[in-house]
Design a binder for this molecule. Structure first.
Ligand code: ATP
Ligand code: MG
Length: 253
């Protein structure tokens, strides 16, 4: 359950969401996309994004309203990809739904390159089960980036990746932010990742799920600096320590 989760976010802001398991990060992310989770009742409140009301609408209307405004990388990459659709079509499908562009093929190739996947014919013809977990995650990210959304919601997008790839993807995400400047909500279990990616950080607390801390001021601007380099900087270390300490307090409450 989440309760009294209320916030305003500026356009182009990058938020890192942390909190222990079950504290409501995914539920909050889904509410933002306009979905209530199966079996969950929204008892009150509204979700409004860029002046459009998303809450309380039938599913089809939510989809229409959401349009290119928001795209979402779910916690489970398997849930993002249709197992019977080839890589190229996964990305193209999103594009065709939202963009009336003659050069879909070109956009698909560019987007795959953006997430550092092969963009050639062989790779594009593969099915999700013919990819590694990390490649699946990249395809899930590519498909949401293809439409250049104004709001990008990512629920533990890099959790299945090894450390070097994870760092690469963090840097990539910062690069993407520079290119299309979406508002980004990134759920993560890593404080260092949240501090690196985010310029604002939320720590969720349990039962009921709430935003216990909304931290902005102490988070250094690390855009353009590779993660390992950023992590060596004193202001980054101070921020990580402060957030870790706040996280510890939340866990003890
Ligand atoms: N379909 C559901 N029906 C009932 N309760 C649910 C449902 N899905 C999640 N919950 C509950 O809602 C609360 C918040 O869950 P949520 O998935 O948002 O947590 P989370 O912070 O994303 O956790 P994690 O880090 O494990 O992904 C939890 O107490 C969970 O048990
Ligand atoms: Mg979750």
């Amino acid at each position: 359950m989440v309760e009294d989760v209320s916030f305003r976010v500026a356009r182009g802001e990058v938020l890192g969401l942390v909190g222990e398991s079950g504290s409501g990060k995914t539920t909050t992310a889904l509410a933002l996309v306009g979905y209530a989770r199966p079996g969950i009742r929204i008892a009150g409140g509204t979700v409004e994004v860029a002046g459009k009301l998303l809450s309380g609408l039938p599913e089809a209307d939510v989809r229409r309203q959401r349009g290119r405004l928001i795209s979402y990388v779910p916690q489970d990459p398997a849930a993002a990809l249709n197992p019977s659709v080839r890589v190229g079509d996964q990305v193209a499908h999103m594009l065709r739904r939202h963009v009336t562009s003659a050069d879909v093929e070109q956009r698909v190739a560019e987007t795959l390159e953006l997430v550092q996947l092969p963009s050639g014919r062989e790779f594009r013809r593969r099915f999700p089960h013919q990819l590694s977990g990390g490649q699946q995650q990249r395809v899930a990210i590519a498909r949401t980036l293809a439409i250049e959304p104004r709001i990008l919601l990512m629920d533990e997008p890099f959790s299945a990746l090894d450390e070097p790839t994870r760092l690469e993807m963090q840097e990539l995400l910062v690069g993407i932010w520079h290119r299309i400047q979406p508002t980004i909500f990134c759920v993560t279990h890593s404080v260092a990742e949240a501090v690196y990616l985010g310029e604002r950080l939320w720590i969720f607390s349990q039962a009921p799920g709430q935003i216990a801390y909304d931290i902005r001021d102490e988070i250094p601007f690390s855009a353009g600096i590779p993660p390992l380099k950023a992590q060596e900087q004193p202001e980054f270390k101070i921020a990580t320590a402060a957030v870790t300490e706040a996280f510890r307090r939340v866990l003890e409450e």
